[in-house]
Structures are given as C-alpha cells and as structure tokens.
Design a protein around this ligand. Structure first.
Ligand code: ADE
Length: 228
C-alpha cells in the first residue's frame, strides 16, 4: 500500500499520530485540514474529520478522491457494549452498521450494502498489532449513530436492534464511503466508557482527559502501518 489515509474524529485522537509524523505538509480541503507526511516510513495523510456521520463521510471522500489513498484507517474511542472486553481494551471492526437512519433505504444505491466489512488483511494486521503491544482486543461489530450513547435505555434499544460490541459516531459512515470508492478500510476503537449514565458523566458531563485511550488506539495504528 503506497499511501494510507489516517482519520480521527477529535483532535486528541489524531494528536499522537501527528506528533509521530515527519515531513508535515498541510492542505485544507472542504474545511478539513489534512496533514501529508511520513509515519514509520510510510506515506500517510492524516486528518481530524470532526464528530458524526456527515463529517466522517466528507473527510473519507476527500481522502479517497482528492488524496487517492490506498487504504483508510480510522482510530478513536467508543462506548463498550460487550462483556468480552472492558474499558481500555480495543475493538477492531469486522463489520460496521448504522444503529440510526434507514440502512435498507441507504442500500438502494451503490455500494448496495446495509453493513460494511473491514478489509481482512487490515484486520489481521490490526490484531497482530494489538498482540504485539499486549492490548486485549476482539474483532467484532461496531454500530454508528449521530448521538453519544450515555443512558441504559438507549444502550438497550441499540443492543436489541443490532447487538453491536461497541457504539460510536463515525465508523459506519467511513466504511460506507470507503466501500463506495472501492478503498479497503479498517476501524479501530479503544473503549473509553460503557455507553451508560456513568460514561455520559465521564465524557460529556465534565471535561475528561481521553488522551490515554487515544494513545492506545494510535499505538495500534502505528504498529499496523508498520506491517503494511
Ligand atoms: N465515543 C466514545 N464513547 C461513546 C459513546 N458512549 N457513544 C457514542 N460515541 C462514543
């Protein structure tokens, strides 16, 4: 893979990757700042897309058609929905789904999919990267929607609808647009909370330092890139 697109939704999520890059060149397209450079010997384009599906989709399209990346790697945090892992552990998205919206209607046009599968080779590289760094992880289902899930009623209704392993706000949109462009992708998420009232208090209710989780996600991204 010649050029890899790296994305996060928040500044904290991309900061550890930005700091590790060399030869930074900056270009703003469509209101998004993209940093081209070299990370561990690989050509990369890094951006902070902003939160939510629309911003994730827009930045993914630019990575694919303006920067012509050969793969897209999203790294960030998520709310845990499974007992298989805990806060601090990582979920690698095998499949990405929307828990809101109308996936059946979305699938009436290309790429005609209601769920999106990460690239098998990128999943294998991500799993190996977690193992190398001693980070507990599973390969599972990630559900995306335009809200922070911070109450048990919403969490339970999402679980009943699509039984994901974690919930976040960008992955399926990144996956959807990467798939539409025929570009392989993988989504990595470090668990920052349990998508419940406590998680809401921790992440939304008061300022909270998420840099530890972001560093975990970024560490795996770097080991993964080194394997490509
Ligand atoms: N990102 C991190 N935690 C989340 C949550 N509980 N809901 C949605 N996105 C998240």
């Amino acid at each position: 893979m010649k050029k890899i697109g790296l994305m996060g939704a928040m500044k904290d999520e991309i900061a550890p990757l930005y700091e590790a890059m060399t030869d930074h060149r900056e270009e703003t397209v469509g209101g998004v700042v993209f940093y081209e450079g070299v990370l561990d010997g690989k050509d990369v384009v890094l951006c902070c897309a902003g939160m939510g599906k629309a911003q994730a989709a827009a930045a993914t399209q630019l990575l694919c058609s303006h920067f012509c990346v050969d793969a897209v790697l999203f790294s960030g945090i998520a709310g845990n929905m499974t007992s298989k892992v805990s806060v601090g552990d990582v979920i690698i998205g095998k499949t990405l789904v929307y828990h809101d919206g109308e996936p059946r209607m979305f699938a009436e046009t290309a790429p005609f999919l209601q769920e999106f599968a990460s690239d098998e080779k990128l999943i294998a590289a991500a799993s190996a990267a977690c193992e190398e760094n001693g980070i507990r992880h599973i390969v599972g289902k990630i559900a995306t929607g335009d809200c922070f899930v911070g109450d048990s009623a919403t969490k339970n209704s999402i679980a009943a609808k699509c039984a994901p392993d974690c919930v976040e706000m960008e992955g399926a949109a990144v996956a959807h647009i990467a798939a539409k462009n025929g570009v392989p992708f993988v989504i990595l998420r470090a668990m920052s909370d349990d998508a419940d009232e406590e998680g809401f208090e921790k992440l939304v209710g008061k300022p909270f330092d998420i840099s530890d989780y972001c560093r975990t996600a970024a560490k795996i991204s770097r080991s993964l890139i080194a394997r490509l």
